[in-house]
Design a protein around this ligand. Structure first.
Ligand SMILES: CC/C=C\C/C=C\C/C=C\CCCC(=O)SCCNC(=O)CCNC(=O)[C@H](O)C(C)(C)COP(=O)(O)OP(=O)(O)OC[C@H]1O[C@@H](n2cnc3c(N)ncnc32)[C@H](O)[C@@H]1OP(=O)(O)O
Ligand SMILES: Cc1cc2nc3c(=O)[nH]c(=O)nc-3n(C[C@H](O)[C@H](O)[C@H](O)COP(=O)(O)OP(=O)(O)OC[C@H]3O[C@@H](n4cnc5c(N)ncnc54)[C@H](O)[C@@H]3O)c2cc1C
Length: 660
């Protein structure tokens, strides 16, 4: 173990194990997670070859082999509960598997969609088959021509009264399904989202289970053309596919009919709120935020923090001893606010998940009153967490200098794989605009004197016109910081709501006015979600039952998240004079002081994320801090170094070198 990292751990002021337990949700949960990780990582059939040395095809094959074994054997043998995406086992499993892998969409989207859209009878038919991997499914919503605008999906499913079948068709190039994970090579069934047509009438998007490959030969079924869409930016363990359906007939029972059904004569009946067809996307947005985005940020923080403590460069005195780069305040400003953000997002998503589980129970009782708010929160948190994670991982990668550019650091892989999360499961701008839609409606309700509660209640509160802070210390106070975020959000919303009214009064159409103001609308949505994160994480910490040392530390992290936003994006806080430039200076000084106070706990804070080296996959971020030894070993093992002289050298170099 590097002496430098040992020294860092000696400076830690709190019990790391206490914080680990807290993040896991208790001592027992930590034990469960560690035993899951141990089982997975010690099983020879779950081993991965070094990912950097595999071809795209080898990565896919390896992933299919591992994951089929995992779902059909290992998870069952260990009786892990992987039924519910929100149960602890499922949360811990995705950590151990450490990337997007084969059958994630099958288990994470196809299986849950059966119960989201299916009747009890349909669930009891399809779910056991899918859970046992007796069928492999994908979630086929996006088309070549449309991903966001679901109303304009072109795939049709037309009811044939004579045969009591649906005819599923992708009538043209742009209507073919494009992107679904697990579809390219693995899936034999697809959950196809298509326009339902009965008796010549279009009833909008519904879900249909369409067999696409033969269950014996795995060849495409008649009328089906299916394949892989080709190389993508990352996530090469999976097979994103395309699918053309040429009037493929499926039985009437394959339309999932929880919220709408078609009788034998083709009469359509809506039995539930049609927005519930969209609501299933909330689940994946919440799951992905924790399982992919926050974990990626936590891993990148772990790598950059440990490396910054063992990397020495330069000194703070002329000809003095070299210091760890973590001692530079600029380096602290790159690493520590990201650690703070990783904690704040984790605390926030725990609360969101808790609320979502309650929301599901409400829906079962027929109560949809919280749907709009839940949709706004899940969309906003997904967009904000992915955006800040991708930016954060890139900052942390650069914070590792040259070694951050090497695949050996693990950082480029994290960055490439998490980048997609800004696009999939709802493109971020589009999701922010959904939040804005909710906010504008809320503003209208407030102006009509209606009461608002939950996460937007503050929009109806009276707030001070000026921030009251006169000292640095006040900028650590959560209620003062929350007031800054509330004010920013309120004034951005009020201003865009007024502009919208103005444009409508001028005679602009609603959608045109909306488009003209969409930059402001997105900013307003971001401000609302950032306030939600600041408030939710602080209140989560307030309620924690933990030691004073840990509480103090977590309170500092919450303050830092808020302060870092204010000092880096001060414009909207200054705009209407809520903060003045003197207060901004105080906030900046408060931030630097906080960075220095957190400095000696940096390694402890990332150790508490408790990522084993095998999961981290980084030469520079391993627990023992032996970065250089590992980098050297990595280089020695490069396939290019198999022989001292590369064959190509004989073929192309030697003839030229001997010309003279
Ligand atoms: C462990 C991990 C497990 C598995 C994962 C592993 C790997 C993951 C890798 C990749 C996964 C990627 C999967 C996918 O990408 S699947 C495809 C996802 N696609 C999308 O997200 C499409 C985005 N588009 C939309 O959501 C909508 O179409 C739209 C943007 C909302 C526009 O539709 P439109 O009908 O025009 O909407 P509006 O008129 O704006 O709204 C109508 C009405 O509905 C309400 N609404 C909209 N969305 C929802 C929702 N999700 N839930 C609840 N309600 C919703 C909206 O608020 C409005 O209500 P009003 O009352 O205001 O009228
Ligand atoms: C790795 C990966 C895995 C995926 N897996 C699946 C899967 O399993 N199943 C599946 O069905 N799909 C999947 N997708 C597709 C994904 O859900 C869509 O790509 C995503 O929803 C975005 O839609 P789009 O591609 O149509 O983007 P577009 O909507 O074309 O976005 C392009 C640009 O247009 C802008 N834009 C679009 N509409 C508006 C608007 N109304 N207002 C303002 N701006 C707008 C966007 O902000 C963006 O800047 C996956 C995608 C990726 C990258």
């Amino acid at each position: 173990e590097s002496q430098l990292i040992i020294k860092e751990r000696q400076q830690t002021t709190f019990q790391v194990e206490e914080l680990i337990n807290l993040l896991d949700g208790g001592k027992e949960k930590t034990a469960l997670r560690r035993s899951i990780e141990q089982t997975i990582l010690s099983d020879p059939l779950m081993k991965t070859d070094k990912i950097g040395y595999l071809t795209r095809e080898q990565k896919y094959v390896q992933s299919v082999r591992r994951m089929m074994y995992f779902f059909t054997d290992l998870a069952k043998r260990n009786k892990w509960n992987i039924e519910d995406p929100h149960c602890p086992e499922m949360l811990f499993l995705s950590r151990s598997l450490s990337s997007v892998v084969a059958f994630m969409i099958h288990m994470g989207a196809f299986v849950p969609s059966i119960s989201s859209f299916g009747t009890l009878e349909q669930v009891s038919k399809w779910q056991p088959l899918a859970k046992e991997c007796l069928i492999i499914g994908c979630y086929a919503q996006t088309e070549l021509g449309h991903g966001t605008n679901l109303r304009r999906l072109e795939t049709t499913s037309t009811f044939d009264r004579n045969t009591q079948e649906f005819i599923v068709n992708t009538p043209n190039l742009s209507s073919m399904k494009w992107w679904p994970g697990d579809m390219g090579k693995s899936a034999n069934h697809a959950m196809v989202m298509a326009q339902l047509i009965t008796n010549g009438e279009n009833h909008g998007m519904q879900a249909f289970i369409v067999p696409i490959r033969d269950m014996t030969t795995h060849k495409p079924l008649p009328g089906v053309e299916v394949g892989n869409i080709g190389s993508i930016m990352s996530l090469e363990d999976t097979d994103n596919g395309y699918l053309r359906l040429n009037n493929v007939r499926i039985p009437k029972e394959n339309m999932l009919a929880k919220y709408a059904n078609v009788d034998r004569s083709g009469r359509f009946q809506q039995t539930g709120n049609n927005r519930l067809m969209y609501a299933s996307m909330m689940n994946l947005r919440i799951v992905l935020t924790r399982e992919q985005m926050i974990h990626a940020l936590q891993k990148a923080c772990t790598i950059a923090a440990r490396y910054s403590c063992v990397r020495k460069q330069g000194s703070l005195t002329p000809n003095g001893p070299e210091i760890p780069i973590m001692d530079y305040v600029t380096q602290q400003n790159k690493v520590i606010p990201r650690i703070a953000l990783a904690y704040a997002l984790d605390f926030t998503i725990m609360e969101v998940r808790h609320r979502y589980v309650q929301f599901l129970a409400d829906v079962t009782r027929g109560d949809l009153s919280n749907m709009a708010e839940m949709h706004a929160i899940s969309s906003g948190i997904k967009a904000n967490a992915s955006e800040r994670t991708v930016a954060g991982v890139e900052t942390l990668r650069r914070a590792c200098g040259g070694h951050g550019y090497s695949m050996a650091s693990g950082l480029p892989y994290l960055l490439l794989s998490v980048t997609g999360s800004c696009t999939y499961e709802g493109e971020n701008t589009v999701l922010y605009l959904q939040v804005a839609r909710y906010l504008i409606k809320t503003a209208a309700n407030i102006s009509m004197g209606k009461s608002v509660d939950g996460s937007s209640a503050y929009l109806a509160e009276n707030t001070e016109a000026r921030c009251s802070a006169t000292s640095q210390e006040e900028f650590y106070d959560h209620s003062l910081l929350d007031a800054c975020f509330k004010h920013r959000s309120k004034q951005l919303l009020q201003s865009v709501a007024m502009d919208l009214q103005g444009l409508l009064a001028e005679g602009k159409q609603q959608m045109e006015a909306w488009n003209l103001l969409s930059i402001q609308l997105v900013n307003s949505a971001k401000a609302h979600i950032e306030r939600y994160i600041v408030a939710t994480s602080a209140s989560f910490v307030r309620k924690l039952n933990c030691s004073l040392k840990v509480k103090k530390l977590l309170n500092q992290l919450c303050s830092l998240v808020a302060l870092h936003q204010i000092t880096n994006f001060p414009g909207d806080f200054l705009k209407d004079g809520y903060l003045d430039s003197h207060q901004l200076d105080l906030a900046r000084k408060a931030e630097v002081k906080l960075l220095q106070s957190l400095r000696h706990n940096v390694v402890g804070l990332v150790d508490a994320f408790d990522f084993r080296d095998e999961i981290l996959g980084s030469c520079i971020g391993a627990y023992d801090g032996n970065a250089y030894e590992r980098l050297y070993d990595y280089a020695k093992n490069d396939v290019m170094n198999k022989n001292d002289v590369h064959e190509e050298s004989y073929q192309y170099l030697r003839p030229h070198l001997h010309r003279g």
